[in-house]
Design a protein around this ligand. Structure first.
Ligand SMILES: [Zn+2]
Length: 753
């Protein structure tokens, strides 16, 4: 990468320091060294840092009182020649170049804003982020006794949180009666449900009963229709449908590609690239300096917090595929026990014959005794590097698709019963660990119209509900496969199969009752497949889905557009009805074209992987400015695409990108019973992460996750959505206020340039 070298080479260090092109880190390091030399007053910079903190805290408070809605325009800790103030006294030529760079950045910010707001993916857009949203089955009671012990020590008084808890239960009734369920007797369903408590880790799902959520909301007079361009449009009523005025105007595919082109041209603009590269280096240096100056104090802060440590802060596994959520030993134990206890159970129908479990194993020449981790052969460490095809085959135990079908599919002869049983075991382990949560990806392929109903029935009938689990729907980009097998003749069929049931259930929940209930626990959509597949631009203008009838799979951008546009309509519909909305959180930037990242920057809430951001500084800088969430899985990357030591995770973290750690596929990558802790542990060992770093990552994971606002408040503190020290509650997150304040000040400075 050539960005970032060039002009600097011609200047002397002195020039650089005064023009601000030299990263502030080096200047401050000089300053620090001199302060040491003067009289060994090492604490001097630390004290200054601390006084900044107080100063800033009050300014932040003030700015928030003004309530500008964006990051307030604070000029913090401006030292001559460092940070954003640097550019104010640059010479006219530089000023002109800088202002064109800033214009570029503002332009792409405005674009993202348009797409995120238009699809209701922004903060607080989701009705379930209303603090009064009833979570059913309700979360376990918090262990408030700890807080009571703490009251003398100046931490959050327990009454606030307890009253929140009370108000949640009380208001959940109110909310429901507002929804049209007018009977509000002392014996309302949710009140009944409140008595059906269970211990975490036991009787999974027994606190859920369909009866509790009946009756469902009725049909709405709003209507919807799939238009000629493959996008569902929603109308207030039949009259507005006739007049053709939908409730929201979703950007057309043409508009989308024009906007995308704009974003791409900015991201390849030379001066902007060098600028972004320098800012990113500056951010990294600044963090390193911060750590040098504050490490002892951070450790001291952590020690002062009673009870809390890395093990008991909440962490969400923000990216994990459900069919690979158990570790291998667990799956092996499960298969063996099924073989021993129920060999005569009929488990599949193949080639005109019903087969029992014993017969299946006979057909592959194996006994329960033979089975070991080695015969299971599902680990992907040695032979799958840059071979996504091979990796996909690792989903087959013993290389046998039959076993995958029996044990790891939701839609099979036994209706996914085995997978449900093992899922409950995993849930039980999660609940026992209490502080580990997951966002499981589960597939909807778009192959047939009844997939949603089957999936919802699998979750609801098996009562796979847990406080520790939320769901994302992953959509594999496999149109070419369905097309080749004659399953469909155009891409429009995929759009219909994925979205029609969602619109039906939003118009009238009673049409798919189980789907309605399942969707309350669904956060959003993911898009998955091998990103490194070659994508050829066949046409200058892409045909709409109805006429996309060739054998070619549409490119990533096309898939994401149709997920995005239909999601935007669906969200508008659902919000009007008071139902929870969804976000788009695709796999992106794992491999393949860096264009994928521009697409995500345009219209996706957050992404998984993001490895390729390391090659596109302007997008990386933009991800930083917008704090777009990135769920990273260095262990998974290590097996598939990028050696661990080359993973940009730690660099992103230091620069202040919004990263979290996730496991991706514990079945293939993990060795221990707690894959998420394993992921943190390896990162901590390799990168020498401090306990504060790990707690900050855990906090990021909760903020990125799709958990309800009220639950995040319980885990992170009542004001967690406010930036800096005011939003920090160290008693819950174990992240020192000074760290929060540093991150926020740094971000505010970049945003205000
Ligand atoms: Zn993944």
């Amino acid at each position: 990468m050539s960005a970032g070298t060039g002009p600097t080479a011609r200047h002397t260090p002195l020039d650089l320091a005064s023009s601000g092109l030299l990263s502030s880190a080096s200047t401050e390091v000089l300053e620090m060294a001199s302060s040491r030399a003067v009289g060994g007053v090492v604490e001097r910079p630390v004290q200054r840092e601390a006084s900044f903190l107080n100063d800033t805290a009050s300014r932040v408070g003030q700015a928030q009182a003004n309530n500008t809605g964006t990051v307030p325009g604070v000029q913090i800790g401006a030292v001559a020649g460092i940070g954003s103030s640097t550019y104010q006294d640059a010479d006219p030529q530089i000023t002109a170049e800088l202002s064109s760079i800033f214009r570029n950045i503002h332009k792409i910010q405005a674009l993202r804003d348009k797409y995120i707001r238009g699809s209701l993916q922004g903060p607080r857009d989701n009705p379930k982020d209303d603090p009064l949203w009833p979570v059913y089955p309700s979360p376990p009671e918090p262990a408030w006794s700890e807080d009571r012990e703490k009251t003398g020590r100046g931490s959050q008084p327990p009454s606030t949180s307890t009253s929140l808890q009370n108000s949640m239960i009380l208001n959940s009734d109110k909310q429901r009666s507002g929804d049209g369920n007018t009977e509000k007797t002392p014996d309302t369903p949710l009140r009944k449900a409140a008595h059906r408590k269970r211990k975490p880790g036991q009787d999974i799902g027994e606190d859920f009963d369909m009866e509790d959520v009946m009756p469902l909301p009725g049909s709405s007079e709003m209507t919807y229709r799939l238009d000629d361009n493959g996008v569902y449009q929603v109308y207030q009523n039949t009259q507005s449908e006739d007049s053709g005025s939908p409730i929201i105007n979703v950007p057309t595919i043409k508009e989308y590609y024009v906007d995308l082109d704009e974003l791409l041209s900015v991201s390849s603009d030379g001066p902007s690239k060098s600028f972004a590269f320098r800012r990113l280096c500056y951010l990294e240096g600044k963090f390193n300096l911060y750590v040098l100056l504050n490490e002892y104090q951070e450790t001291a802060d952590s020690k002062k917090v009673p009870h809390r440590d890395f093990y008991n802060v909440r962490k969400v596994d923000t990216h994990v595929h459900h069919s690979a959520c158990m570790n291998q030993k667990h799956l092996l134990r499960f298969i063996k026990s099924k073989m021993k206890k129920h060999p005569d159970e009929t488990v599949m129908y193949r080639d005109g014959k019903y087969l029992t479990l014993a017969e299946v194993f006979e057909s592959i020449n194996l006994t329960a005794y033979d089975l070991s981790i080695d015969t299971l052969d599902m680990h992907a460490h040695t032979d799958s590097f840059h071979r996504f095809d091979k990796f996909n085959l690792k989903y087959n135990p013993i290389g046998e698709s039959r076993l995958r079908e029996i044990f790891l599919k939701t839609d099979n002869y036994i209706k996914g019963r085995y997978l449900a049983e093992i899922t409950k075991e995993v849930i039980s382990d999660l609940e026992s660990s209490k502080y580990q949560m997951v966002e499981w990806r589960i597939s909807i392929y778009g192959k047939s119209i009844d997939e949603w109903d089957k999936l919802a029935a699998w979750v609801v009938d098996n009562k796979l509900f847990s406080h520790n689990v939320r769901w994302l729907i992953q959509i594999p980009r496999l149109y070419d496969v369905y097309r080749a097998s004659g399953l469909m003749d155009s891409f429009e069929k995929v759009v219909k199969n994925i979205f029609q049931p969602l619109f039906e259930v939003t118009k009238d929940p009673t049409s798919h009752p189980k789907l309605h209930i399942f969707l309350q626990r669904v956060i959003g959509l993911d898009s998955v497949d091998d990103e490194s597949k070659v994508e050829r631009r066949l046409f200058k203008k892409y045909p709409v889905p109805r006429v996309w009838d060739g054998k070619q799979n549409p490119p990533y951008s096309y898939w994401i557009y149709y997920l995005y546009s239909n999601l935007a309509s669906l969200n508008a519909f659902r919000k009007q009805r008071g139902f929870n909305t969804f976000v788009l959180r695709p796999h992106c930037g794992e491999a393949g074209d860096s264009e994928h990242l521009a697409i995500a920057a345009l219209c996706c809430h957050s992404i998984s992987h993001g490895l390729l951001l390391r090659k596109v500084p302007i997008l990386q800088y933009f991800f930083y400015l917008e704090q777009i969430g990135i769920a990273m899985s260095p262990l998974s990357n290590n097996a598939l695409f990028l050696a661990y030591e080359r993973n940009p995770f730690h660099q992103y973290f230091k620069r202040g990108l919004n990263v979290s750690l996730s496991t991706d596929d514990p079945l293939q990558f993990a060795f221990t019973k707690e894959p998420l802790i394993e992921e943190y542990a390896v990162a901590a060992q390799i990168y020498k992460l401090s306990p504060v770093d790990m707690c900050e990552l855990a906090k990021n994971s909760v903020k990125q996750s799709g958990y309800e606002f009220s639950i995040k408040q319980q885990w992170l503190g009542a004001n967690f959505d406010q930036p800096g020290a005011p939003g920090s509650q160290m008693a819950k997150t174990n992240v020192p206020d000074r760290r929060e304040e540093f991150r926020y000040r740094t971000l505010a400075e970049e945003r205000n340039m």
